[in-house]
Design a protein around this ligand. Sequence first.
Ligand SMILES: Nc1ncnc2c1ncn2[C@@H]1O[C@H](COP(=O)(O)OP(=O)(O)O)[C@@H](O)[C@H]1O
Ligand SMILES: [Mg+2]
Length: 257
Amino acid sequence: MMKIIAITNLKGGCAKTTTTINVAACLAELGKRVLVIDLDPQGNASQWIGPENTCSANSMGLLATKESVADLIQPTMVSNVGLIYASPELSNLEKALVGEYATETILKRRLKQANLSDWDYILLDTPPTLGLVTVNALACADRLIVPVSTHVLSLAGVAQLMAVIDKIKDAFNPQLSILGVLASRVDLRTRHSGEVLESLREHFGEQVFQAFIRENVKLAEAPSYKKPITTYDNSGGAAYDFRTLTQEIMPHLESMQ
Ligand SMILES: Nc1ncnc2c1ncn2[C@@H]1O[C@H](COP(=O)(O)OP(=O)(O)O)[C@@H](O)[C@H]1O
Ligand SMILES: [Mg+2]
């Protein structure tokens, strides 16, 4: 059965998009079929793996129209990975949906009604704000990955997200749970980064993945080459980190009902 994983944090620049694309690529190289839905109006994930910069069939069509979901899915530069492009109009979703009911669960209902049996996983890349788009992502996801940059830790930010998750669970999505908190941009040469990793583990315990993603310039370069790290630098440290993470999460994902 297809599983939906949202990559979320209410903060920008904490590696949500980097995590979405590279986890998708790691799952894909294991033979899984992965659909990335870009829900960030900025469209960084779309620009990274989409053949074009923009596409008129996009996630606005998913959230604000009745267009067939299958028709919104585009091929990408990565084999086994499909994409529903972002739309800049997503930042006006609230306005576009004035007069509609139950707007928090549009994505959940749209994905449930669509025939997505071709796909093993749907990864949702989300914006750094708690608007209607993010609420829709949280209301429909089975699991969450929460990347946290160890450059600038915001324990308060993660705690705030956890509180939001509890509310969404109550209101719309009782089965939602955190797959893990992912320490990203870890630079073990700096004391700060190590301390942040430690304090994450102190506060969030087992919810923090054992795997973490080290600071690596190749990860910042890869989008310009329109490649995930598994092809941009296949044998480097960053590909190793993302494969290690994927190995850690696969058993959980595969055992989900
Ligand atoms: N492990 C890493 N090493 C180096 N640069 C990284 C790493 N992870 C993310 N970045 C860079 O940090 C910036 C923010 O990452 P991004 O994935 O776009 O975050 P978000 O989607 O949360 O805003 C990007 O320029 C990205 O290339
Ligand atoms: Mg992003």
